[in-house]
Design a protein around this ligand. Sequence first.
Ligand SMILES: [Zn+2]
Length: 433
Amino acid sequence: MTSYLLRHARPLGGDPVDVLLRDGVIVEIGPDLDADGAVVVDAEGLVALPGLVDLHTHLREPGREDAETVLTGTQSAARGGFTCVHAMANTSPVADTAGVVEQVWRLGREGGFCDVQPVGAVTVGLKGERLAELGAMADSAAGVRVFSDDGICVSDAVLMRRALEYVKAFDGVVAQHAQEPRLTEGAQMNEGALSGELGLVGWPAVAEEAIIARDVLLAEHVGSRLHVCHLSTRGSVEIVRWAKSRGIDVTAEVTPHHLLLTDDLVRSYDPIYKVNPPLRTADDVAAVREGLADGTIDIVATDHAPHPMEDKECEWSAAAFGMIGLETALPIVQQTMVDTGALSWEQVAEVLSARPARIGRVREHGRPLAVGEPANVVLYDPDAARTVVPGDTASLSRNTPYAGRELPGRVVATFLRGVPTVLSGELTEGAHA
Ligand SMILES: [Zn+2]
């Protein structure tokens, strides 16, 4: 197996040092290491981070391979610096059995670009009627620990309670898509003065906040852990902050797009900005940034949601919800949180790697950059800049809301178990297990 010497990398943005990867492990860190047959990678000026871990990715396989496959989605993930992604369950068929989650898990391993940790559905067929085979998915080769009906809220309080109780047996977590269904019937954008002006049905903040408030109380009542998907409002941040102060075992995520974009963009009526939960106000954006900086929000998760162009290039109300985001996540976190002084690179490693791995109970990812640890590493140039071009992605879909926008940073290399999946900014042939 080829060894790689990362010359003058800056672990967590610190002082330059050499890092030697061999046999899937970080074997040495120090000044002026002897290459000793290793391939030398010039990492001068590059920040080294542990391979990124996404807790919220839609890979669309099985069922919508025209939008994304496990292979193309994991290639896109590798280009974004990820070494592990959690694949959401809303595929066709739904990932609600051991058979489907094992298939998705295996496709990730065979592709060799990024480990895929499947998320199991909470309810059969995402129908919200009865619990799926949570235990069988947990015991499968995929070892599922995260369960979610993402895209649909587990709105029935009794079912949610049962799911929270059930997953305790195998240290699982329920990741809730917090959307009160009756309050959001036909909803198209954030509810406010602007939705009235534009004549689009509003998605009120309370529809998200009411479910989060209910769920943290349910989690407290049954003594289970809860994860809140893509939190997007100031009130949601305040509820999670209150819950944590009470000692409730809750974690929360924010997406890159909710850290950057506001509902003003909907004025264009361009469905590229249509997403669930919707883009919110500038005040909400400020609140989620504060929440991420002070640890109320634990992680950044992409909610990468590929759609074919015909589902986005149509009138607003007919368009699909969602945007791709694996390859722009780290640049947006840099722009909104690092370049503003709100987070250090060390904290970026926490919110984009260590904590999502911990929430998902993934043991081989999100580890420190230290001798003896798995060689999952990303090299990132924070001084590079680029203008986003929709076609410049490994994803099969092009629905990025950042077209034409200048973003900082560039992933130069990604290593999965010591093998590059991206080198010199280009995909390799992968790291076949
Ligand atoms: Zn969702």
